[in-house]
Ligand binder design. Structure first.
Ligand SMILES: [Zn+2]
Length: 405
C-alpha cells in the first residue's frame, strides 16, 4: 500500500527519491517449496518536503512482516556488548531507583538481560513468537503482541509505570508510530528514561548503507525528525550518542518534557544535519545515483571472478543481504550458497535469489565470501580463518573490494 501522507507530520508533500526496485519482504527466509512463489513489493523511499523525514513509500502489512521473523539480536557479540554498555549507563547514571524496564520489540531478550544484570525487573513485548519463546526460556518475561497506546494502558494497570523503556532498532518499524509514542509517554514514569536506538540517517548515507533500507524500516531518523515526533507527545531527547553498530546508529535518551537538562550535543547534531544538507531532497537523489554506480562495480567484479571459475558463497544471510542481492540482481547463478550461524535460517532460502542457507560448519572454504553483514567486517577480520590467510572476503559497501591477508 502506497502512503499518501508523511508518517510523522501527516503532510501530503511526499516526493520519491531512492528506488531499490521490487523486493520481497527481506526477512522472509523461505523453505524449498516456497521458492519461486515469493511476493515482491516496490521498495522506494520518499522525502517529506514539509518536515524533512525520509521514509519508505509502501507499507507491507505488519502481520505479514512479523509472524516468521528469524533475526536474533543475541547472535553477535558486538550487539551484546553494545547493549550492556547502554544499560550500565542508564542504570548507574540516569535512573537511581530500581523498577520496571519495558522493551518494545524485545526479540530474544538480549537487551533485557543486560537490565536484569543491573537488578531491574524486565518485561519484553515481542510480536514474533520464536524469539519470544527463546527469551522466555532464558527467564526473560516476554509477552507476544504489538505495543501501542492501549497496550501501554494495560501494562500500567498490571505492572505500574516503567522506570525505563526501550526500543532498539524497532522504532522505525512501527506502523502505529503515533499510538506507540503516545503509549510510551503514558507508561513511562515521570522520572523515567526512554531509550531509542536507531540507524542514524546521515551515517547511513555517508557509508552508502542502502541495504539497511527495507520494508520494515519505515522511517530513517535524523535527530531533528525524531525529536519532532517525540515533542508531539510531550517527550524530548535530553542526551544523545552515536554507536558504531548497524552501519552507524544513534542512542537517544528521552524524558518527559522539562524533566532533565538538555545536553548541548542534541542541538549540535541537529545543526550539523542541516549544515550537511540532510534536510533537503537533493542529498537523497545524489545518494541514489551513488548506489547505482556501486551496483555496477560489484556486479562487474563478481562477473570477472565467476568468469575465472571462482566459487563465491555469501557470508551470512542478514535481512540487508536480501536487499543487496535483489537490488544487484545476484542469484544462485553467481552465489552458490550462503553460510549462517543462526540455526533458524538453516535449510531456508534467501527470497527471490534461490540461494540456499546452510550451517557454516558444514561447508568447505570457497574461493571468496561475499560479506553481506559488511557492517560487522571488523569482527570477521579478527577470525582465525581470515587472519591465517585462508579466507578472502568481497566487501560490497561502500566500495566493492576484495580483502585478504
Ligand atoms: Zn513530514
Amino acid at each position: 500500500m502506497k502512503i499518501e501522507n508523511c508518517r510523522i507530520c501527516s503532510a501530503p508533500d511526499l516526493e520519491a527519491c531512492i528506488d531499490l526496485g521490487r523486493q520481497p519482504w527481506c526477512n522472509d527466509f523461505i523453505t524449498a517449496d516456497q521458492v519461486g512463489l515469493e511476493i515482491t513489493y516496490p521498495l522506494e523511499a520518499c522525502f517529506c518536503n514539509n518536515c524533512g523525514t525520509l521514509q519508505v513509500s509502501y507499507t507491507v502489512p505488519k502481520e505479514i512482516m512479523y509472524c516468521e521473523h528469524t533475526y536474533l539480536s543475541g547472535a553477535t557479540k558486538t550487539m551484546k556488548e553494545h547493549f550492556q554498555k547502554v544499560s550500565d549507563y542508564v542504570c548507574r547514571s540516569l535512573v537511581k531507583a530500581k523498577g520496571l524496564v519495558v522493551d518494545i520489540g524485545s526479540n530474544d531478550g538480549t537487551l533485557l538481560s543486560t537490565y536484569r544484570n543491573n537488578g531491574m525487573d524486565v518485561l519484553g513485548i515481542e510480536a514474533c513468537k520464536k524469539p519470544a519463546e527463546i527469551a522466555t526460556q532464558s527467564g526473560i518475561a516476554t509477552e507476544i503482541g504489538f505495543f501501542n497506546y492501549d497496550y501501554a494502558v494495560d501494562i500500567a494497570q498490571r505492572r505500574g509505570k516503567a522506570m525505563v523503556m526501550s526500543a532498539a532498532n524497532v522504532f522505525y518499524h512501527i506502523e502505529e508510530l503515533h499510538s506507540v509514542t503516545k503509549g510510551v509517554s503514558y507508561l513511562l514514569d515521570q522520572d523515567g528514561v526512554f531509550v531509542v536506538q536507531a540507524s542514524y540517517l546521515p551515517r547511513l548515507i555517508e557509508s552508502k548503507a542502502f541495504d539497511i533500507m527495507y520494508h520494515e524500516h519505515l522511517l530513517y531518523y535524523r535527530v531533528e525528525n525524531l525529536n519532532y515526533l517525540l515533542n508531539l507527545y510531550n517527550l524530548e531527547i535530553f542526551e544523545i550518542e552515536e554507536a558504531p553498530v548497524h552501519g552507524g546508529s544513534i542512542v537517544a535518551y528521552i524524558c518527559h518534557k522539562g524533566k532533565r537538562p538538555i545536553s548541548s550535543k542534541v542541538n549540535q547534531m541537529i545543526e550539523s544535519e542541516r549544515l550537511h544538507g540532510y534536510h533537503k531532497i537533493d542529498k537523497y537523489k545524489n545518494f541514489n545515483d551513488d548506489i547505482v554506480a556501486m551496483r555496477e562495480k560489484l556486479v562487474q567484479l563478481i562477473g570477472d571472478l565467476k568468469g575465472a571459475g571462482k566459487m563465491i558463497y555469501a557470508y551470512g544471510a542478514p535481512a540487508k543481504g536480501t536487499v543487496l542481492l535483489n537490488f544487484y540482481g545476484l542469484t544462485r547463478k553467481e552465489i552458490d550458497l550462503a553460510v549462517e550461524v543462526n540455526h533458524l535460517k538453516f535449510n531456508r532460502y534467501i527470497p527471490c535469489t534461490n540461494i540456499p542457507i546452510v550451517d557454516e560448519r558444514t561447508v568447505d572454504e570457497p574461493d571468496y565470501y561475499l560479506l553481506l553483514s559488511w557492517n560487522f567486517a571488523e569482527e570477521f577480520f579478527r577470525s582465525e580463518a581470515y587472519q591465517s590467510g585462508k579466507r578472502k572476503f568481497i566487501i560490497p559497501v561502500p566500495e566493492p573490494k576484495i580483502y585478504h591477508k
